[in-house]
Ligand binder design. Structure first.
Ligand code: HEM
Length: 457
């Protein structure tokens, strides 16, 4: 039985019943990408349509997703529309590169995210959780949790990437990220209509200032580290500076390093902060679940902050995060292109078609989930996970392009969530509930404003 101690459903997007015109789709995409998902995408395995000269398919069928992500992944490279939005900020780095360009960069950074190295970062995460908890104590009865969580996760990624954050003003950098998402990071009509990429897009010019601010800060941090050049820090920057492509012998240019660092710093904290913020919002709406999670965290941690050794004994904390990312996948939609004709779920897919992968709709699909819009962490009990197709839940993607930071993100989120739940009670604040809104990531449009009360120790 889902544990709904709530009469209404947690915030969700009300899908439109009729297909949108091109102009409506474009407007919706600029406001909230989740609004382009039609109601039937929550019911049907694949929905197809046309936009200008392009045929598109929205895929929510686990078997077809397995083919796209894994079995025939080479036929479904990342879509030009997405790449176009990202390239000004991250060039041809790991997230955006394809083929041999991608392969060697992935090999170069993989060791940083190997279990052993991620485990070594746990003390940094614990220290960050402790600091976040102190900030919440000082903040008073009401807090905006997205900003709090962004500060916490930013600390950790700076440590992984650059062994410290002396060169970063988190507020300046954070504001530049948002400015970028709201300008160059917005899907443009011209992209959907496949107007060539040399033609300037309206938001793009505005976005350049934000990119410049971010690049400048990252470049200064890289320069400072190059000057020390110990090569002993074993952080992401060291691995990139040392990396050599085994096939061609090439090393990363200064530009490659800058673009990769830029991506890691943004992707490495924004997504995890959102997962945590939505989890706290849900727990505020479902106090019974929150009390269970509090009891779990309190009995394991007493008044210590969470560390790696505690996580195994706090499985409910993990399930809460998994269920929160089902309802609010930080990356709510991906897009791919089609190189050669193929078949998905018995449907003909042609070269040059566009494939949308709406993780948000997959995670709320009527044929895959009971009461899909309710919050129920029991869905992630081991027997329930085993009974499900793995491709019905994909917050980190899958196949060769699966998120390289997934373990890192989960560990960090569990440490922060466990620590905070053992020390505070979270309840709805005075403002109306936020609405999930996706530009690049699925954010709460008005932030997560909660009443935060310290627990009696
Ligand atoms: C809750 C947190 C996170 C979520 C939900 C998330 C989600 C994703 C998704 C869905 C993809 C696949 C994109 C695609 O197939 O097109 C991806 C890729 C990637 N993620 Fe994450 N991510 C998270 C945290 C992180 C962190 C902490 C890092 C690094 C520190 C990271 C680095 C990357 C990289 C480098 C890729 C590209 C991998 C490749 O193409 O080889 N992510 N992420």
């Amino acid at each position: 039985m889902p544990q709904t101690d709530l009469q209404m459903l947690p915030p969700h997007v009300e899908p439109h019943g009729k297909p949108l015109s091109i102009l409506q789709s474009v407007r919706a995409a600029r406001r909230n990408v989740l609004e382009i998902i039609p109601a039937i995408a929550y019911q049907q395995p694949i929905v197809s349509g046309r936009m200008g000269a392009s045929r598109w398919h929205m895929v929510q069928d686990p078997a077809s997703l397995r083919r796209i992500y894994l079995d025939n992944a080479a036929n479904y490279p990342k879509s030009e529309v997405m790449l176009r939005m990202l390239r000004p900020a991250i060039g041809n780095s790991l997230f955006t590169a394809e083929g041999a360009e991608w392969r060697w960069q992935r090999r170069a950074v993989a060791p940083v995210f190997a279990q052993r190295n991620v485990t070594a970062l746990a003390p940094v995460m614990t220290a960050t959780a402790e600091r976040a908890s102190q900030r919440l104590h000082a903040a008073g009865p009401h807090a905006e949790l997205v900003a709090e969580m962004l500060t916490a996760t930013f600390d950790v990624i700076c440590e992984v990437a650059l062994s410290g954050r002396e060169h970063f003003d988190a507020k300046v950098y954070g504001a530049a990220i948002i400015r970028y998402f709201e300008t160059a990071g917005k899907a443009s009509l011209l992209d959907f209509l496949r107007v060539p990429s040399w033609f300037p897009r309206p938001g793009e010019l505005l976005g350049y200032g934000a990119v410049h601010t971010m690049h400048d800060m990252v470049a200064k941090a890289i320069d400072a580290r190059r000057a020390q050049a110990t090569g002993q820090a074993d952080d992401l920057l060291d691995f990139m500076l040392k990396a050599t492509d085994p096939e061609t012998g090439r090393t990363m240019s200064a530009q490659d390093v800058l673009h990769n660092m830029q991506f890691f710093i943004v992707a490495g904290h924004e997504t995890t902060a959102l997962a945590l913020s939505w989890a706290l919002q849900l727990l505020a709406l479902y106090p019974k679940v929150q009390e269970e999670a509090y009891a779990e965290a309190r009995s394991v941690l007493d008044d210590q902050p969470a560390s790696l050794g505690h996580l195994e004994d706090m499985p409910l904390g993990r399930r809460i995060l998994e269920e929160s990312m089902r309802l609010y996948p930080p990356v709510g939609m991906l897009a791919r292109e089609v190189l050669a004709n193929d078949q998905l779920g018995g449907r003909d897919i042609r070269a040059n078609d566009v494939i949308f992968l709406p993780l948000y709709a997959l995670h709320r699909h009527a044929t895959l989930w009971d009461n899909p819009n309710t919050f129920n962490p029991d869905r992630f009990l081991p027997e329930q996970v085993k009974a499900r197709d793995r491709y019905s839940y994909l917050p980190f993607g899958a196949g060769p392009r699966v998120c390289v930071g997934a373990n890192f993100a989960m560990m960090q989120a569990q440490i922060i969530l466990g620590t905070l739940l053992s020390r505070f009670r979270f309840a709805p604040g005075p403002r109306p509930l936020p609405h999930p809104t996706m530009l690049m990531t699925v954010r709460p449009d008005t932030g997560i404003n909660l009443r935060v009360t310290p627990r009696q120790m």
